[in-house]
Write a protein of this length. Sequence first.
Length: 366
Amino acid sequence: MGSAIKSVFTFVCGLVLVASTAKAAEPILGGIFPETKVPIQLFAEDSVINLELVADFNKFLKLPEKDTITKVPAKLIYFKDGTPQEINVNLSTRGESKQMFCQGFRPIRIYFNTQQNDLSLTPFQGISDDLKVATHCQGTGLIKDTDDNVQRNLREQTAYKMLEALGFMTLKTRTARITYKNLDGTVVAEALAFLLEPKSNMAKRYGLKHIRKVKADIIYAPEPENKIPFLLSTRFLMHTDVDHGGEHNTILLIREGESKAVTMVPYDFDLTGMVINSQYLGSAHAYKSWTLQNWGDDGEWFKKWTGGEFTSDAYRNQAYATAIYALTHKEAVQKVIDSSPVLDKSLMQERVNAFFSGIERAINEK
């Protein structure tokens, strides 16, 4: 560990010690908040949950590509001690970019009617919003775990877990094996998927609140120092399909009673460089091949970012402290990669190695 890293590491440890003795959910570093509540049951466990969705999939799979509003009645079935338990729900399709490459199956959003359903004794107890299902997106019948689209899905789920291991705020996930059935009981598809924690549930874990509706005449974006983890997160994943002002693929979080966000969190990693091995250029099917060369050097990126002419010393020191905070989680990130069900981990490993080596070199050259 270089001298620069050692000095900032000492600073970070001091901040962590202060945060651990604080009563409120004060940030350890700008934009990083410790959890104040445990996740709801669905996301507190890491085992694969077996589910069935029963609906008129003949209708659902034929909904227009851009129709994310139409809701189809369905039954969500989970198993308690081997016995199937039913919950009445509604389904809609979801996603904009996902619709570009989902043919023959659709990404799903599950709506719970809490007025009709008592979820208190179910795995979905405490869920505060609709539930996103990241599906295989292609094909019907039995979809093998080795299928390219399932593997792509698993890489996206691993990206969420890696970001969490990095020590930054993110949504939790839960692996699910889902059987999709028509109303007559015939199986439409069976595949591995993952469930994504609702944004409002994530906000509650950190003692914060999710800004649901962004009004055009209000600037919600947090102060620059509270966006530092967001910027490091998007670089880490090579996430270009994101708006740094907080309007696209970002979650704005506020404290109760306030109107300006205190931090922002990226999400929707299906088009990140770490997942698709390409740079998404912001329009349908527009990509640039991924290589270490055309992504640029992470160390040079970090030095340019922290050395900008409008960057204050306080902001620069905060960025270095946050980067060191991330570096101290390198082993945890590696464990996520090692335990990931993704078959080919070379892309994830290459990206992580490049990020950590580049950031560490930049800090030592300070």
